[in-house]
Each structure stands twice: as structure tokens, then as C-alpha cells.
Design a protein around this ligand. Structure first.
Ligand code: AP5
Length: 191
């Protein structure tokens, strides 16, 4: 199986590139942001709690997201692998992912981190805010999300660095160019 963590700051293109990776390699997509937005849309208790946190640009508790991941892993066994998009976002989540995959005799093959300068992230997210109206795509929340990423999420790169699994990829340029860079990295880990 091929298990990939697609990592990067808000607006770096994780969702966009995940779609292309799935199309090429047939992986199961697990996006914690998408799962949380589904809960918000369905107005579940979890969704109501999550909306408040997401609108502030903060992180939902590790316990909640780890529970979501374990459920998705259980429901989607037997495929060619998983792409984790927007997860793990804390070192604790990374450790818990390792434990959850070990339960299935699996592991993360590579963590691909998209590198995009802050001004480009802000530009992309403000544009999406105008077009699609995602409630956390406004200047104040975007800045908060990037700050939270720098403070709480960047340490996840050191966690995968130590295991020699962290591959940085330039996340600027056309979507296709970035995808080519990602494919190059995957070809080095795919057996
Ligand atoms: P999440 O949904 O994960 O959002 P995010 O990390 O802020 O990422 P985005 O979806 O905004 O960006 P992306 O990197 O996927 O880029 P995209 O491809 O969409 O999380 C939302 C919230 O949920 C969090 O703030 C948190 O509260 C909570 N949450 C989620 N996961 C959690 C976890 N594990 N733990 C705790 N809390 C969690 O692209 C962005 C835009 O740029 C698009 O409009 C796209 O068309 C455009 N674009 C893409 N590529 C290019 C390119 N090459 N050139 C120009 N434009 C481009």
C-alpha cells in the first residue's frame, strides 16, 4: 500500500493536488477539513463545536480528529492506500497516525510538504473567499490560520524528518507543474 501525507500551510494546494494524486494512484482521500465541514453542514453537535473553532482559525482537538481518522481507516480497508490531507497537524496527531496505521501493519511512505510564500497563500485564499464564500477565507482568519500552522503544525515536519520521510516540494507555479514534482517524489517511494 501507498500511504501519503500531503502537508502544507492553508492555501498551499493540498486539496487541489490530492485530487490529482487520487486520480493517478487510486488512493482513498482523507481530508480532516472536509470531514469537519460535512459535520458543520449536517449541523451535528460535533459540527456546531467545530464551526466555532474553524471560524477562529484554531485547531479542533486532537482527540476528535484522531477519532475521525481511525473511523475512516476502518471503513476503507482493502484499497491501494491513503492520502492524508490536512492531517496530521500536531506532533501528537502524527504519533497517533503511526499507531493507527501500525494496527493494520501499515506506515506512512512519505510526507510531502508544499512550500508556498505567505503572500501567495493570502492571495489564493482571499480569491477563494470571494468566489466560494468559505467562511474561514477572510483576512483575519487567514492570518490566524497561518500563524497557527507556523506555531503548532510546522513541528510535524521535524517528526517526519527524523524518520527520513519528509520531502519538501515547491508549491508555486501551475497546478500541473507542481503535480509533476509530486509524482517525482512518489516514484522514489512507490515499490
Ligand atoms: P482545512 O480544510 O484542512 O484547510 P487548510 O489547511 O486551511 O487548507 P485549505 O483547504 O484552505 O487549502 P489547501 O492547502 O487544501 O489548498 P487548496 O488546494 O484548497 O482545515 C480547515 C480548518 O479545519 C482548520 O483551520 C482547523 O480549524 C480544522 N482542521 C482541519 N484539519 C484539522 C486537524 N487535522 N486538526 C485540527 N483541526 C483541523 O487551494 C487553495 C486555493 O488556491 C484554491 O482556490 C485553489 O484553486 C488555489 N490554488 C491551488 N493551487 C494553486 C496554484 N498552483 N496556483 C494558484 N492557485 C492555486
Amino acid at each position: 500500500m501507498l500511504n501519503i501525507v500531503l502537508f502544507g500551510p492553508p492555501g498551499s494546494g493540498k486539496g487541489t493536488q490530492s485530487e490529482k494524486v487520487i486520480e493517478k494512484y487510486g488512493l482513498v482521500h482523507i481530508s480532516t477539513g472536509d470531514i469537519l465541514r460535512e459535520e458543520v453542514a449536517a449541523q451535528t453537535d460535533l459540527g456546531k463545536q467545530a464551526k466555532e473553532i474553524m471560524d477562529k482559525g484554531e485547531l479542533v482537538s486532537d482527540k476528535i480528529v484522531i477519532g475521525m481518522i481511525r473511523k475512516k481507516l476502518e471503513e476503507n480497508q482493502g484499497g491501494s492506500g491513503f492520502i492524508f490531507d490536512g492531517f496530521p497537524r500536531t506532533v501528537n496527531q502524527a504519533r497517533e497516525l503511526r499507531k493507527a496505521l501500525t494496527d493494520y501493519d501499515e506506515r506512512v511512505g512519505v510526507m510531502i510538504s508544499l512550500e508556498v510564500p505567505r503572500e501567495e497563500l493570502v492571495k489564493r485564499l482571499l480569491m477563494r473567499g470571494k468566489e466560494s464564500g468559505r467562511s474561514d477565507d477572510n483576512m483575519e482568519t487567514i492570518n490566524k490560520r497561518i500563524d497557527v500552522y507556523n506555531r503548532q503544525t510546522i513541528p510535524v515536519t521535524y517528526y517526519y524528518d527524523k524518520m527520513h520521510k519528509h520531502a519538501a516540494v515547491e508549491g508555486t507555479g501551475s497546478v500541473d507543474m507542481i503535480f509533476e514534482r509530486i509524482v517525482k517524489v512518489i516514484s522514489m517511494v512507490k515499490q
